[in-house]
Ligand binder design. Sequence first.
Ligand code: 1HE
Length: 261
Amino acid sequence: MTPSLVTYELDGKIALIGLNRPDKRNAINEAVIDTLRDAVHRAGDEADVAVLYGLGKNFCAGLDLGEALSRAAEQTRPPRKGKRHSWHEVFDTIARGPVPFVSALHGAVVGGGLELACATHVRVADTSAFFGLPEGQRGIFVGGGGTVRIQRIVGYTVMADMMLTGRLLSAAEGEREHIVRYVVPEGQALEKARALAATIAKNTHETNWRITNVLPRINDLSHDDGLFMEYLNSNLQRSPETAERLREFVEGRAQPLVPPG
Ligand code: 1HE
């Protein structure tokens, strides 16, 4: 039996989704997108948090250039009905779906691989990770939401430099540019991502959903509309779970906040 292009495992409340095409550096073709779509939907249905990682020595080498070449060589016409890009649909389900995603990054995180990583909410890299947008070198353009997501994370200056000059960023440079929030020793990204996912799973679903779905939309709004949307979201009727959590604190039963260091 051919091994699945994307592995899926449920560990308690955490779904583990692995890109599993290591011989092609986890490059994304249409079959990978289709399998990833199924895994992402399944995680949304049955898990509280998902972790995305790559099997083998790399997270993801981006678009499958062989498949892209055959499409370019065929001069395929755009779909008559203006179909939505399958990458946009799947990456958006990660970014604005029902559960938060943590990604564990190592080795190559390039092109569409970086676009996929940037659809996740919390990103962890090990020191082997490097980030790049080699679309300029390949004669193509970003197509997995990078113009929106990566540009909002790193800003135009950094993204334009990465695309125009093909500059690769190290894990430490990626942290400086907010591509990742955590850098860990080589081989430890998945373990760290799982630990963060377990922490995130302790929050209420409602709060996690607002963080992943309301917060980024507010980021797209004007100041006034943003405050209005915040008001709508912070003045909703409180669930019994929220009341219980507030009571825990008031009665001195909540876990204390532990300052760093
Ligand atoms: C691939 C791909 C791929 C590897 N599509 N087959 N992405 C890129 O421009 C990155 C292209 N890849 C690389 O630069 C390198 O492969 C890596 C730095 C990621 C890894 O290097 P290395 O030395 O470990 O592997 P390799 O020998 O280059 O590749 C091993 C195999 O994977 C080889 O296949 P084989 O059959 O000869 O063994 C490669 O052809 C294959 N492979 N990467 C297809 N990307 C929606 S828009 C998004 C736009 C983009 O993503 S642009 C960026 C594309």
